[in-house]
Design a binder for this molecule. Structure first.
Ligand SMILES: Cc1ncc(COP(=O)(O)O)c(C=O)c1O
Length: 379
């Protein structure tokens, strides 16, 4: 029997507790487990870095909602990325990364992985020829974000999956911006999905976490070995909070999308806005591909402001409901200046973002209040 997304989000990995019938999986806040004899751990649990029942529940749920064979939960999105990189790549390998990506992902490749002998090329993910040209005989991974952070570019996952596999590399897709409710990269041919579960998956800005979801059980086993060997695991309470967030992911995402569409209507007709980036706009260059591979277009909106950097910063500092903060994907609306905040680490690189850019994470508040707040800040 196959269940729908919301049913899986609420039930997968979360059967009532065998001993007590507790409907919600308990927080197994324990580092170790009594063994039934020497070398005889009960149900495989021996130490919580290796495995923990609350983290298992989260991992099973994540695998189900992404349509994967296996999921692994980490201390943060970047811990997940680092573990994946070190599990699958060796010195001499090459990785293709987006030329518009989360600044921390770029920093991981350019400032950390490079020191360990992994080279990289940044390519425009909207340009198949650019990706083809960037792949070398040493390319082990092609890494996509779609939509990208913060310019909301769209990559055609299934076309790039075919190209990547022809060149015997693996396709990794960071699905943080879309969430598994709006987009399921594994069903489009990706090999690994990355999440910062800190964002929409957790959904309440109260927990930092990351996840990897795999199409292939063998690759999952290799990375699981590294998860234990390197140790950047998701703790039991964090796993529990994230699981609670996933239960409402579908309803939250629909409301994020409704509100974002209204904000986009407001921004596109505003005299102080020179450009709006939202894949739901028919004039967005990635609109057709986004409509093909996404259920809806998400809750992230970026725009450029007439008057340059100082005007953009002023708007960020004047909103009252939109909180000036990094991160995204929570129920509350956030505003930020990527050039000075989330993407400051990309300054001077091919991933530098425009100075007049403002990024919104549109929350699920009453949308008239959100439009009123932006309108006042821009007046
Ligand atoms: C698209 C994307 N991927 C990965 C990350 C890294 O996740 P974390 O902050 O949980 O380490 C972020 C963080 O903002 C992100 O936006």
């Amino acid at each position: 029997m196959t269940y729908g997304f919301e049913t899986l989000a609420i039930h997968a990995g979360q059967a009532p507790d065998k001993r007590t019938g507790a409907v919600i999986p308990p927080i197994f806040q324990t580092s170790t487990y009594q063994q039934d004899g020497v070398g005889k751990p009960r149900e495989g649990y021996e130490y919580s870095r290796s495995s923990n029942p609350t983290r298992d529940a989260l991992q099973d749920c994540l695998a189900a909602v992404e349509g994967g064979r296996r999921a692994l939960a980490f201390a943060s999105g970047l811990a997940a990325e680092d573990t994946l990189l070190r599990a699958l790549c060796a010195p001499g390998d090459h990785v293709v990364i987006p030329d518009d990506a989360y600044g921390g992902t770029y920093r991981l490749f350019s400032k950390v992985a490079e020191r360990w002998g992994i080279s990289w090329t940044a390519a425009d993910v909207t340009d198949i020829d650019a990706i083809r040209a960037a792949i070398t005989p040493h390319t082990r991974l092609v890494w996509l974000e779609t939509p990208t952070n913060p310019l909301l570019n769209i990559a055609d996952i299934s076309t790039i999956a075919t190209l990547t596999h022809e060149r015997e590399a693996l396709l990794v897709v960071d699905n943080t911006f879309a969430s598994p409710y709006l987009q399921q990269p594994l069903s489009l041919g990706a090999d690994v999905v990355v999440h910062s579960t800190t964002k929409y998956v957790g959904g309440h800005s109260d927990v930092v976490g990351g996840a990897l979801v795999f199409a292939d059980a063998e690759i999952a086993r290799e990375v699981e070995f590294h998860q234990n060997a390197m140790g950047a695991i998701n703790g039991p309470f964090d796993a529990w909070l994230t699981l609670r967030g996933i239960k409402t992911l579908g309803v939250r995402m629909d409301r994020h999308c409704d509100n974002a569409e209204r904000i986009v209507d407001f921004l596109t007709s505003h005299a102080k806005v020179s450009q709006v980036y939202y894949p739901g706009l028919v004039e967005h260059p990635g609109h057709e591909v986004a409509a093909k591979q996404m259920r809806r277009f998400g809750g992230m909106v970026s725009f450029r402001v007439v008057g340059g950097e100082s005007a953009a910063i002023k708007i960020c500092e004047r909103t009252k409901l939109f909180v000036l903060a990094e991160s995204l994907g929570g129920v509350e609306s956030l505003i930020e200046h990527p050039g000075r905040m989330t993407h400051a680490s990309a300054a001077g690189s091919p991933l530098e973002v425009p100075a007049d850019l403002v990024r919104l994470s549109v929350g699920i508040e009453s949308v008239d209040d959100l439009v009123g707040d932006l309108s006042a800040a821009m007046s």
